[in-house]
Design a protein around this ligand. Sequence first.
Ligand code: PFF
Length: 456
Amino acid sequence: MKEQKAHPTFSSRIGFILVTAGAAVGLGNVWGFTYVAGKNGGGGFVLVYLLTLVLIAAPVFMAELLLGRMGRASTPSGLKKLQVRAGSRLPWALPAWVGLVASVFVLSFYSVIAGQVVAYGFEALKGGFAGWTSAQVIALDADFKSSPLQPLFWSALFIFLAGAVVSLDVRSGLERTGKWLMPILLLMLVGLVGFAALKADFSAGFDFLFGFHDITLSTHILMEAVGQAFFTLSIGIGGIMLLGSYMGDNVHLPKASAWIILMDVSVALLAGLAIFPLLFSANMDPAVGPGLVFVTLPLVFADMTGGAVLAFVFFLLLAFAAFTSAISLLATPVARMEEGGISRKKAAVFLGAVSFILSIATTLSFSSWSNYYPLAFLGLHGMTFFDLIREGVNNIILPLGGLAFALMVGWGLKREDVRAALPIKNRALFTIWYAVLRYLVPVAITALFVTAIIGE
Ligand code: PFF
């Protein structure tokens, strides 16, 4: 029998924090957050989002990390171990398997959007959209999407680079990449916000994000806020659990979680503070939807002195954010295959290839399949492949996975075990967190599903 290698750990606390923050900070923070906040009217939505993040997503994030550190294996095996320890007969590994499949699906659409980001970075390098008209920018976006070869090329390149990092061992691949890219990303972001503060309509942007505007709470908005909160923290498909399994025993889990969540929220809010002032000084509409980053922003850059540099910095930042998340998406199934005796390199090549093939479906969703609705027979009219993958993962798989993790920690494992593994000294904080996992999270997620199913 092959000798089992010891499960690796990161070399330092800061390494763990940066890699995990890197997994969390991604397209969701910049592309996703700004368009969802823009579409939902800003301030009120931001408040609901922050509340769901702190009250529901953050406690689940800690639970998922904890499961990882207690399991110290790939996600299905770690959960299986904990199931035995809890003496439960339920299939604990199931959500981890679903998560592994979901990771490959997420990577497949993630790489298409990230690919467009990289392509735009090059475009910025060539001249930065200077003097472009809106027709030109719209055409660039449309041409990019409708010529399947271009997006596929960039998406393949992106997946290839992610695969190259993941095929290395955990410390030289994941840890080193996070340690380099995250600080650079934060510096670039602060630079962009500084620019927006000095040169753009900062107060309008600030007011849009933080001012209180009327918001009518609907189940849809709540679901969108919960989905965004789970997606942004990468909760529910085991990516965080795997990183938890690499976390040293000397790392204070609650404190490290607080840092990571703080970084994630700050990046989203700072991205908003960089983008919305630019939009408002150019009199653009924040509610355009997913095209915000690819159409509206380049137009803003086109008209600005220094726009070329800004555009380049912006797309580079976004590419870094996407990349650190992509490596975490790929690392989760790779870890399981490695446990089965397959080398990391072979696993990365195989899973990268599968994601790439799936990414063709996303790419085509923007061109020849834009009117093809694969699940129309189930009543899901108007949803392309891309919509199905994205919304299916965001609105169904992530919340259900998060729910499963909360139930395992809250109800499955013994309270003393959980407390000792965390470990947390403050009794009150522990009691609140534990109660949130046991009651608030299950009730909130079930309520959301029920209202979504029976309709508003
Ligand atoms: N958190 C990432 C983002 O906000 O873009 C997305 C993500 C990455 C989700 C990794 C899930 C995951 F496992």
